[in-house]
Design a protein around this ligand. Structure first.
Ligand SMILES: NC(=O)c1ccc[n+]([C@@H]2O[C@H](COP(=O)([O-])OP(=O)(O)OC[C@H]3O[C@@H](n4cnc5c(N)ncnc54)[C@H](OP(=O)(O)O)[C@@H]3O)[C@@H](O)[C@H]2O)c1
Length: 324
């Protein structure tokens, strides 16, 4: 049976990746920073087949030896771990850049050392969309790279970390003959398996409490009605597995299902769930979003409707006692 390592296994996206891998019969090596932290990682042990096939390894991304131990014996790696900001980043180097860039270098070196066949790195739409010089009439795709200097000037440290780590991972793959593929998801919504809220869970939950917190994701505050690109967490996990399993996958894959303006999103939520106090101040990407996910679609990816994502998210938050 093939073994795959998932970094940051207890997180929102990674937990769904672990669940999918277990369901498909893989042995999973999951890295977590504290295997004894039941609040953060207890849900992993309850996943179907976890008893037989999930092995948790204690490893911070900056602990090269720990990362090597987790990856040893695996034919594949899905590198998901990376801090996602939940407020103003005060020490960019330590909070964002070190774990993103040095952490990804550690994962890449460990993969080379263990002769891993394929590595899938989770990047972000942030590594694509921050490119002010891309022609407005041309849909953004995988050829579009964000501008690091633009991000640095505007102190978008999470975006800097995602951009540099993705670029370096692809370059590392080419230089060392390691099969590296990256996936750039948009904002991930949908049901949680974990019990600790991540940033995008907080953003969605806040919408039902009258608070617009898209700025947590380093978007600029905007007065106008702005665009939110969204993908369901289950579709995102499926995309990562698809890219991992398809021998022909190569390079980068933009992965986003829906794009709509904040006001339209709030209107949709109001129609589905009228009894909440929604925010009135839009915030998010203040530009038309013209992009295409044709590449990943051609690989065989499909996605569910936004309504299904929102309904399942809300049911899940109610079950978790987060919403009345
Ligand atoms: N959610 C989105 O909308 C979205 C969109 C695009 C891309 N992404 C990317 O998807 C990935 C997962 O994000 P998420 O939304 O699932 O967030 P999350 O739930 O906060 O997951 C982040 C994971 O990274 C781990 N991590 C952070 N710093 C680490 C370090 N120094 N060493 C080891 N592990 C570390 C965390 O471990 P602990 O539990 O120990 O803190 C956690 O498991 C990230 O790479 C993020 O950039 C997310």
């Amino acid at each position: 049976m093939e073994s795959v390592c998932v970094t940051g296994a207890g997180g929102y996206v990674a937990s769904w990746v672990v669940k999918e891998l277990l369901a498909k019969g893989y042995i999973v090596h999951g890295t977590v920073r504290d295997p004894d932290d039941e609040k953060k990682n207890g849900h992993l042990k309850k996943l179907e087949h976890a008893n037989e096939r999930l092995h948790l390894f204690k490893a911070d991304l900056l602990d090269y030896v720990g990362v090597c131990t987790a990856i040893d014996g695996c034919t594949g790696v899905i590198h998901v771990a990376m801090p996602v900001p939940a407020g103003k980043v005060t020490s960019p180097q330590a909070e964002m850049l070190e774990p993103a860039i040095t952490g990804t270098r550690n994962v890449m070196n460990a993969c080379l050392k263990s002769k891993v066949n394929k590595v899938v790195v989770v990047s972000s739409i942030a590594a694509i969309f921050g490119n002010p010089s891309w022609p407005k009439d041309r849909p953004m795709d995988e050829n579009c790279w964000s501008d690091a200097e633009f991000f640095m000037k505007t102190e978008k440290w999470y975006c800097v970390g995602k951009l540099i780590s993705e670029r370096e991972a692809l370059e590392f793959g080419k230089k060392n003959n390691l099969n590296v593929v990256t996936v750039c998801p948009s904002i991930v919504f949908g049901p949680m398996l974990q019990s600790t809220l991540c940033t995008t869970n907080i953003i969605l939950l806040n919408l039902f409490k009258g608070k617009n917190s898209f700025n947590l994701l380093e978007f600029d505050k905007a007065e106008e009605d702005i665009h939110i690109p969204i993908v369901d967490v289950r579709d995102c996990a499926k995309a990562l597995l698809l890219v991992y399993e398809k021998p022909e996958s190569e390079g980068r894959y933009l992965c986003s299902s829906h794009v709509l303006k904040t006001k339209a999103l709030i209107e949709m939520l109001k129609n589905l769930f009228p009894n909440y106090n929604y925010p009135t101040d839009p915030c998010g990407l203040n530009e038309e979003l013209n992009y295409t996910c044709e590449k990943i679609m051609k690989l065989g990816w499909s996605h569910r409707s936004l309504e299904e994502t929102l309904v399942d998210s809300v049911e899940n938050m109610k079950e978790a006692g987060l919403l009345s």
